[in-house]
Design a protein around this ligand. Sequence first.
Ligand code: HEC
Ligand code: HEC
Length: 335
Amino acid sequence: MNFSGIKRFAVVLVVGLMFSGCRGQISERQPIHPNPNMDMQERKEAQEVNNFFEDGRSMRPPVEGTVARGLRKADIEYYEGVDENGEWIAENPVDVTRSVLYRGKERYEIFCAPCHGLTGDGLGIIMTGGYGYVPAPTFHQERLREAPDGEIYSAIYNGVRNMPSYAHQVPVDDRWAIVAYIRALQASQNVSEDEITEYDVDMDAIRAEYEAEQAAIAELEAAKEAANAEVVPTAELGEQIITQYACGACHNIDGAPGGIGPTWYNIFGSEAEVVTDTGERITITKDAEYIIESIVLPNVKKTVGYENGVMVAYDYLADHELQSIVEYIKTLSDN
Ligand code: HEC
Ligand code: HEC
């Protein structure tokens, strides 16, 4: 064998060995792992049982009182809007500067105005579109003008009754900026004429503008009413309205017990006991007048057993709509 023969033999041998590595079968043996690093070590999988600890958990809870770095929210006035007695704090703990107010305006218009309205009157686009949301209150009422800043903050942080919390969308500084802006909105809608005349404004022009606006609104309302007067109330229309406003979330029509509100099955024309807003129990007949009152002024007479007061006033429904609901509820009754 000459030198090139040896070379050829070596090449055949190496290639042969390489092919012998691919055997086309699965091996049960451990692969060779020349440098183990820390690839294999004793440890527990998440949720695995660990008998070393009394509670059998391998995932150990942090020591009680542990606070992650940067998350010690000791300043509860700032983070929660309450003092150490749990009372809402009266004043915004953040320094209200012009830029804070503008930030509040921007955030308010993104997160609150769709429901509470750009001026805070509760007539945001979601409320006026007829989508059947629980109505948002106006901020321009005595109770909310006098509410402490902490209470407004709490509505954003904790939510309030039917309003969800916005804590995840709105960080702490922004919440206080929004509170400051709501205060500015409230001040803007509650100025006495004396205060206005302190500044260089033309009261007559403002009054004329207001009156023109009111006249235009009245005209629109009158046109709407005239158009509505021609609509004949029907049970079908009533059923549509009830679907649109999702009344069925609380009322059923099959008489099944356990709803949030009373069933509508067989109520029309029936006699029943109700609790009045003064706490008296009286017996009434559930006629058209009563049904309509129950919808526009739900807390005046409450069905016994359903005094939870969660139904809001649907006082913006037009007459023909209310009458259509009555027609519909009539069809659910044998009376
Ligand atoms: C999806 C609609 C919606 C949005 C968005 C919304 N709210 Fe509300 N808000 C409501 C409703 C509805 C209520 C009334 C809840 C109830 O009484 O059950 C309410 C109540 C409140 C109240 C309490 C008023 C009272 O009568 O005690 C405050 C304060 C408030 N909202 C502030 C805010 C602020 C600030 C934001 C923005 C961060 C905001 N809301 C965003 C619907 C909304
Ligand atoms: C959040 C739940 C809820 C929603 C939504 C709701 N209601 Fe109610 N409703 C109640 C409760 C609770 C009562 C009983 C207490 C009362 O009379 O206020 C009631 C009472 C009534 C009654 C009087 C029934 C009786 O037997 O005395 C009528 C009629 C009525 N609702 C109509 C409606 C209509 C129409 C809608 C939709 C436009 C509606 N409700 C939406 C909770 C609700």
